[in-house]
Ligand binder design. Sequence first.
Ligand code: UGA
Length: 440
Amino acid sequence: MKIAVAGAGYVGLVTAVVFADLGNEVICVDVDPAKVDAINKGKSPIYEPGVDELLQRNLEEGRLCATTDLVYATRESEVIFICVGTPPTETGEPDLRHVDEVAATIGRALNGYKIIVNKSTVPVGTGDRVRRIIEQHRVEPHEFDVVSNPEFLREGSAVHDTLNPDRIVIGADNPRAAMKIVELYAPLERPMLITNLATAEIIKYASNTFLALKISFINAIADLCERVGADVVQVAKAMGYDQRIGHAFLQAGLGFGGSCFPKDVQAFAHTMQRYGLDPSLFQQILAINEARPAQFVARIRERLGDLQGKVVGILGLSFKPNTDDIREARSLEVIRLLLQAGATVKAYDPVAMPRVRAIYPEVIYCRNAYEVAEGADALALVTEWNEFRQLNFERIRDLMRQPNLFDGRNLYDPQRMRKLGFYYYGVGRSADSNEFRGVL
Ligand code: UGA
């Protein structure tokens, strides 16, 4: 199939390389000539495991190219994916400007029947809006259909998620269009659900909001655990064995960041309001999440006292492991609060340091975790990169001025850390001397 993908961000680029790898002819479109240039040279403009390899293979085999010319790409394609960003406006509602611009250009370029598939995360009703814009800008009376095909990929495992989605949702008001998209996804052999446009649009927000709800829920439980001498990790583990609940997204800690959850929950709350419904459940998910970094820093202050002149080391800066993305990263708020309190902040992250340096040049950026630990009064684990799992903690302890470990992702075993001589704080894990815990 001949496909155009408008927008070469995480969703667009991964969609493009995966469809090309499945044998389709794909034209990737972006307004940024530097991105287009990089893609055509086989260099992914995003840090995402596996993308470079797929990109190079499909460029070499002539199934993929990139351009800034959306008119050309539309004219050459049967199916056009819209994968542009929908950043939040000041009110928290998504800014649909880029979606509108792409729709208008597609409308002007129509030269035959096309299917326009929206993959950007957009509020319910956007499919109809895209249809209206295309109709308004259409020069020749060609037919077209609009489809909603929300994306569920996660950064860091985007290629794997795109090839192995739990489900594929195809929202269309016309069976002809739906079947064409079913055909496109058929090689993946995954469950597909065909719905109307509005249903598909809601599925995306409802899914992300529910996952964010699980995280805020377990974080609220973590606060109670801290007050009463319980361990949230064990609470979550026991809850997760109930198959109706499941283990996923019950990791208490510093909360969720990234370009999706914070903005999607906020947008969904606005949608509720717009339709006269009570948004408070969704607002509370955000409120719990926003309080996490301040609570974490408060624990550091309780332990160290006045932070003026104290050195705090941060391990991990990206909003989660395996990405250089720092949008809404918890590290940014933790650093801001520490600097505001007068602490000297040292940090290390395998890939995200250049991005954070642009925001906080006053932070001391290190080459590894050991350099961060040197002379520190406290070490704070903020992003659970794999390389932080098996650090040499004897060495870390000896390098630190005071061996205080604040585990923002509950990565480490509290008992082991305490035995090694650390003061250990884990989120929702108050001191617990029970040696016999665990799953038998
Ligand atoms: C999320 C969804 O998981 C994807 O399905 C969706 O496609 C994507 O948003 C999107 O809408 O584009 P992503 O933002 O890449 O994906 O990252 P997640 O792996 O979901 O993690 C989000 C945040 O939640 C991270 O900051 C992570 O540290 C945090 N988290 C996750 C927790 O605090 N606890 C958990 O138990 C799980």
